[in-house]
Design a protein around this ligand. Sequence first.
Ligand SMILES: Cc1ncc(COP(=O)(O)O)c(C=O)c1O
Length: 400
Amino acid sequence: MPQLSATLDRFEPSAISQIFNLAVKLKEEGRAIADFSTGEPDFDTPDHIKRAAQEAIDRGDTKYTAVDGTTAMKEAVAAKFKRDNKLDYHVDQIFVHSGAKPLLADIFRTMLNPGDEVIVPAPCWPSHPGAILAAGGSPVFVSAGVASGYRISADQLEAAITPRTRCFVLCSPSNPTGAAYGAEDLEAFAEVLLKHPDIWIVTDDLYEHIVFDEFPFATIASVAPPLCGRTITVNGVSKAYAMTGWRIGFAGIPKPFMTGLMKLCSQATGNPSSIGQAAAIAALEGPQDFLHARAHAYEHRRDAALKVLNQVEGLTCSMPEGSFYLFPDCSKLYGRKTQNGSVLANSADFCRYILEDWNVATVPGSAFQADDCFRISIAVADEEVNRGCDLIRQACAALT
Ligand SMILES: Cc1ncc(COP(=O)(O)O)c(C=O)c1O
């Protein structure tokens, strides 16, 4: 048989997609699954954004665009960075791609050589290490547990740096923990990074607008301007504007990096959808007040879910500052028996048990480098949050 690339052996398929597919199959079999598996807003894309896409189609904006996006889209992104983050990216420093996920993959492909190390705070979103491995690099995980609010310290960052370190990846608020770094935390990271001028910084700010209790979102390039020349600020419209299917992500990028990324994408990916870009312009330039209302709705769900979960014997859940995930520690339940006599040994066993026996789809912490935990997405209707959390409570109580 003809061969496939050996690179495929370096990483696993997405565990989140696997759980999602299993949940879909069980739903098709008629089971009422409380689906906490995917990180996708249950809200609809706002009407003014949909209208902008329809108008783009009617205008005939249905052709290829420049590889890095239309000028109008890049201007909208530059204005967004200025308005929301006080960042002065020139239009020539903006790259628009078909979602933040492929953008991150191409950023790592542009940056890394075999053996290069990328420091990734863990628990982490699986596609960060996945994309690093696919690009030939090696993720170096720096772990933070529930005790430190799932935040790594500047000392931990410093201790992880080696002569092979090429990049530091930051995701705040985090998928999967919801932990967010404040300006002071970022200043402490900057102090370390300023001593190492050969390290790129990639910050994944997809959950910027989903923060709770008035948490002041901060991003490292604006907190530490001397780092701006080597920081790639990644963001997108998927989560904040409920536009996961439109596939538009973007980044503010230092000039020298831009040349490399353009070269790669000109051969590999072409341009993001012209219609998606028209919709994203409407998202970035249109009303922003609904973002706060939606964040408030997620905050309400977070509080409802935490109230139930933190009373369950065997579960401990920290209070996320943002995103729409909870990441409870379920390790105290390992060793306990299910009703059919199987013993729970890890997060995969726990998630399989609550899905197959109790109809709740969640993602094992092992997918995020944290086998003590499991991830719940609260991007579902309030009633579903309440129903699913109550089922988890019953499932835990039924263990012996
Ligand atoms: C931290 C983080 N970054 C990026 C993405 C992907 O964003 P996009 O839909 O723009 O590809 C996700 C989606 O789950 C995410 O959680």
